[in-house]
Design a protein around this ligand. Structure first.
Ligand code: DX5
Ligand code: ZN
Length: 222
C-alpha cells in the first residue's frame, strides 16, 4: 500500500491536536513522529508525553521515528504512549537484532532506518525480520532540508534486493520530499512518503490532499 506519513516536526505545536485532526480529515494514513535526543541527532524534538497526548486526537497509525541512542531502553514506553510502528536507526545501537526483537515483543511493527551514508549492506542480516526500511533522504535532525539525490539510488537498490529475496517490506523515505519531487521518489520504489514542511507550510488539508492525489497516481491538482 502507498501512503502519506506527515511529519509533525513541522507542525505548529501550539495547535498540534487541531493540525493532526486536519491530517486525519484530509486522509493521511500515518502520522510521522520524530523523536530526537540531541545525541544521535543534533536536535532535541519531543518525547513520550507529547505522543500520549496526541494519541487522543486520532486513530491513524503512529509511525514513530526514533533518532535516539540505544533506543531499546524505551521501546515499551513508546508503545504505551501509542506507537504503532517503531523505527530505530541501524547506527544508533550496538545490538540491532536485540532492538528489533524488543519492538516485536511489544506487539508493534518494526522499522530500521539508515542515514544517507550508511550502505544497504547494514541490513543484510535483519532484512527478513523487519516490516519497514526507512531510507533517510536527508541527514536526520531537522525538517526543511533538501533531498540528497544519491539516496534515491539506495531506494532503487533496496527495491531490487527485496524483490530478489521475495520480501514485501515497506520502503519509507524521509526528508526533503515535496509536491514537485514526490513522483520521482515513488518511481524509485518508495511506498511510504514522509513529508514535514511541504505538508505544514500553508494549508495543511489542501497540501495533504495534493500529496495523496499524487501518491495515488491521480496527477496534480494544482
Ligand atoms: C528529519 C526528520 C524528518 C523531517 C522531515 O530528521 O526525520 O521526518 O521532519 O521534514 P521535511 O519534510 O521538512 O524534510
Ligand atoms: Zn523522520
Amino acid at each position: 500500500m502507498k501512503c502519506l506519513s506527515p511529519s509533525i516536526l513541522a507542525a505548529d505545536f501550539s495547535k498540534l491536536g487541531e493540525q493532526i485532526a486536519q491530517l486525519d480529515e484530509a486522509g493521511a494514513q500515518y502520522v510521522h513522529i520524530d523523536v530526537a535526543d540531541g545525541m544521535f541527532a543534533p536536535s532535541i524534538t519531543f518525547g513520550l508525553p507529547v505522543i500520549a497526548s496526541i494519541r487522543e486526537h486520532t486513530e491513524r497509525i503512529f509511525d514513530v521515528h526514533l533518532m535516539i541512542e540505544e533506543p531499546a531502553r524505551y521501546i515499551q514506553d513508546f508503545v504505551e504512549a501509542g506507537a504503532d510502528i517503531i523505527t530505530v536507526h541501524a547506527e544508533s545501537t550496538k545490538h540491532l537484532d536485540r532492538t528489533i526483537e524488543e519492538i516485536k515483543k511489544n506487539g508493534v511493527l518494526a522499522g530500521v532506518a539508515l542515514n544517507p551514508a550508511t550502505p544497504l549492506s547494514a541490513l543484510d542480516c535483519v532484512l527478513d525480520k523487519v516490516d519497514m526500511v526507512l531510507i533517510m533522504t536527508v541527514n536526520p535532525g531537522f525538517g526543511g532540508q533538501e533531498l540528497i539525490p544519491y539516496t534515491l539510488d539506495k531506494v532503487r537498490d533496496l527495491q531490487q534486493i527485496l524483490e530478489r529475496r521475495g520480501l514485501k517490506t515497506d520502503i519509507e523515505v524521509d526528508g526533503g520530499i515535496n509536491l514537485f519531487n514526490v513522483e520521482e521518489v515513488l518511481a524509485a520504489g518508495a511506498n511510504i512518503i514522509v513529508a514535514g514542511s511541504a505538508v505544514f507550510s500553508g494549508d495543511v488539508r489542501d497540501n495533504t490532499r495534493q500529496f495523496l492525489s499524487l501518491i495515488n497516481g491521480q496527477g496534480a491538482r494544482y
